[in-house]
Design a binder for this molecule. Structure first.
Ligand SMILES: CC(C)(COP(=O)(O)OP(=O)(O)OC[C@H]1O[C@@H](n2cnc3c(N)ncnc32)[C@H](O)[C@@H]1OP(=O)(O)O)[C@@H](O)C(=O)NCCC(=O)NCCSC(=O)/C=C/c1ccc(O)cc1
Length: 562
């Protein structure tokens, strides 16, 4: 292994990557190179990557294709229009859309101007979207006609301007009173605009913000993660190394959402830089995904555990019905994968290599990965630290850095680590220290060979189908019910979905509200994936002397009968 600490005085154990002097684990992967020119934006970086590929995106439903040449011409046209609309460096633009071939186009056009993209899940309720809008303060939103009602409030009362995206899937938009909405154009019109070389171009540097993706981090409610142009360029270098090994051109299916870091980094940036073709599905549907693999001779499937579990469970039926012979690799990220599922997949699909990734929004999609079948067979591992990434294992009680094979909180440092949380100095200070170390909230160890193992979660987070659910958000909503005195929300384990939210509720004395009524009360206010799916009444919520909920005690109580 190369000496990667940058300090020749430091001796790194080549097997584990661990340096005793500073208790730091150094990545065993070859370091990535980063641009020396500070005045570089992410869009220019991606568009200047050399490759000879032709088709960048295919809409799996309509067959509509965008070549690389079309794509970059449209980016120029849309950027010209945005510039004429007054969009400048530092402005925030909201993108509320399911996956589409236009998602990368909007993202990279906005980012090229030094403006900032914020995304949100189309399943979010109007209330949740309005909250994100009041935090991130976008000056413009892109959305499909079907989702207009979710922006009606922000547009009519907050003057949010809207550009409509084409929605070839749904030809019947909902009946929204469009006079209340400030719709200022359509993407299709913008794509026809002649690009102008003389448009206003602010100087964009690697340190400027590119995206504000929302994550609950280690505690509390959703916060805007500030990722810079430099963070994403480092990630693309990482992706290029990892995915660019193949001699053959790869064809990917995009079914995981582009509004999260996983899909955004892969489908709107990394694979575009590599010259791969991405077949886009607007939402996940097993049959549509498998038909797309067969029809477009897809070679590579980036997935999350629930989809992989579905594939393993229905393997015999699936293999009979679809020709999946083109498929060579499956990547699984977003949540842990059990040994049982990996073994099941290897058994049912012996010709497909399975790779895993571990990352956070706060680390702009880097962290650890397995890059070969051999590495993936080290069951339970999340892989080796990403290139140019350093790790520390820290005792959460004493703050002391630990050694090889010792379990503590994983801290990460490197070129993909976020700049902080938007307008939230307190959350930033408790997550990022002054030396640039990010507290992941994951309890881990790194073994003698440098492989990372995630043992548990210190952070207050529920992962439902790879989506984050913040207990604090659901607890605040529960406490808003007039008949609830106190509440705590915990993750409840489930084989298919990973975990789902379970609530412990203390009724106010003299009240009789039912569990179903409480669950309905929450369901009306949140996206379906955040719904409370199990509930128990309790006389009091266990707390420590400073009032912090003792979640581990509640998890023990809830799972003791399993
Ligand atoms: C494809 C999934 C796994 C399943 O889809 P689904 O089953 O159709 O359900 P949905 O999640 O779309 O919808 C949730 C619920 O809403 C329901 N729903 C739907 N639309 C409606 C409706 N219009 N009305 C009412 N109900 C509805 C839907 O039926 C469903 O209900 P339920 O069956 O009760 O859960 C979907 O959940 C999904 O895409 N999850 C992935 C999330 C994800 O990308 N996470 C990554 C986060 S970032 C990260 O961790 C980084 C990872 C990473 C890893 C590796 C790397 O190298 C780098 C990075």
């Amino acid at each position: 292994m190369a000496q990667q600490s940058g300090d020749p005085q430091l001796t790194i154990d080549p097997r584990s990557g661990f340096c005793k002097t500073n208790s730091t684990f150094y990545s065993k992967r070859k370091p990535i190179s980063l641009p020396t020119n500070h005045a570089l934006d992410l869009t220019t970086f991606i568009s200047s990557r050399p490759h000879h590929a032709k088709v960048a995106f295919i809409d799996a439903t309509t067959g509509h294709q965008l070549t690389f040449a079309d794509f970059w011409r449209y980016v120029e046209s849309v950027s010209t229009c945005l510039s004429e609309m007054g969009i400048r460096k530092g402005h925030v633009v909201l993108l509320l859309s399911p996956n589409s071939i236009f998602f990368p186009l909007v993202s990279l056009s906005v980012i090229s101007l030094g403006a900032i993209i914020t995304t949100t899940n189309p399943l979010n309720t109007t209330q949740e979207i309005t909250k994100q809008i009041s935090d991130s303060k976008p000056v413009l939103a892109f959305t499909i006609p079907q989702l207009l009602p979710k922006l009606a409030h922000a547009s009519s009362t907050g003057n949010l301007k809207i550009v409509l995206l084409p929605d070839h899937q749904n030809q019947n938009p909902p009946n929204t009173n469009s006079t209340d909405l400030r719709i200022i154009g359509t993407l299709e019109e913008m794509m026809k605009r002649e690009p102008s070389e003389t448009r206003v171009k602010d100087r964009v540097t690697l340190d400027d913000t590119a995206t504000l993706l929302y994550s609950s981090g280690t505690t509390g409610v959703s916060k805007g993660v500030i990722s810079s142009h430099g963070n994403f360029i480092a990630l693309i270098q990482n992706v290029s190394r990892r995915f660019g090994k193949s001699e053959q051109e790869e064809i990917y299916v995009a079914t995981v959402p582009m509004f999260h870091i996983y899909g955004l980094a892969a489908f709107t940036m990394g694979l575009l830089a590599l010259g791969s073709t991405v077949v886009v599905l607007s939402k996940f549907d097993m049959a549509d995904m498998l038909s797309a693999v067969q029809k477009y001779r897809v070679t590579y499937l980036p997935l999350v555990p629930p989809i992989l579990i579905g594939l393993v469970n229905k393997a015999d039926e699936v293999k009979k019905k679809y020709d999946l012979s083109s498929l060579r690799t499956v990547l699984c990220g977003g949540a842990p994968l059990s040994k049982e599922v990996i073994e099941g997949f290897v058994d049912k699909f012996p010709n497909v290599t399975i790779m895993q990734g571990y990352a956070l929004t706060e680390s702009t999609g880097a962290g650890a990965s397995t890059d070969t079948m051999e590495e993936s067979r080290r069951y339970g591992t999340a892989g080796l630290l990403s290139p140019s990434t350093e790790g520390r294992i820290v005792d959460p009680d004493t703050g002391k850095s630990l050694l090889v094979n010792q379990t503590g909180e994983l801290w990460l440092k490197g070129p993909t680590i976020m700049k902080g949380y938007f307008s939230n100095e307190e959350a930033t200070a408790s997550t990022l220290n002054s030396e640039g170390w990010l507290r992941t909230g994951d309890l881990c160890y790194i073994d003698d060979d440098g492989f990372l193992f995630i043992v548990d979660r210190l952070k207050e987070l529920i992962k439902y189908k790879g989506y984050q659910v913040a207990p604090a958000e659901l607890e605040a909503l529960l406490l808003g019910h007039p008949e609830i005195a106190d509440a705590a929300v915990i993750p409840f384990p489930d084989k298919e979905v990973g975990q789902f939210p379970m609530a412990y509720v203390v009724r106010k004395s003299g009240t009789t509200i039912s569990g179903t009524a409480v669950m309905d009360f929450i369901a009306k206010q949140v996206a379906p994936y955040k719904r409370i799916r199990k509930l128990a009444f309790i006389s009091s919520i266990p707390k420590n002397p400073s009032g912090k909920i003792l979640r581990k005690d509640l998890i023990k109580l809830a799972t003791s009968k399993l």
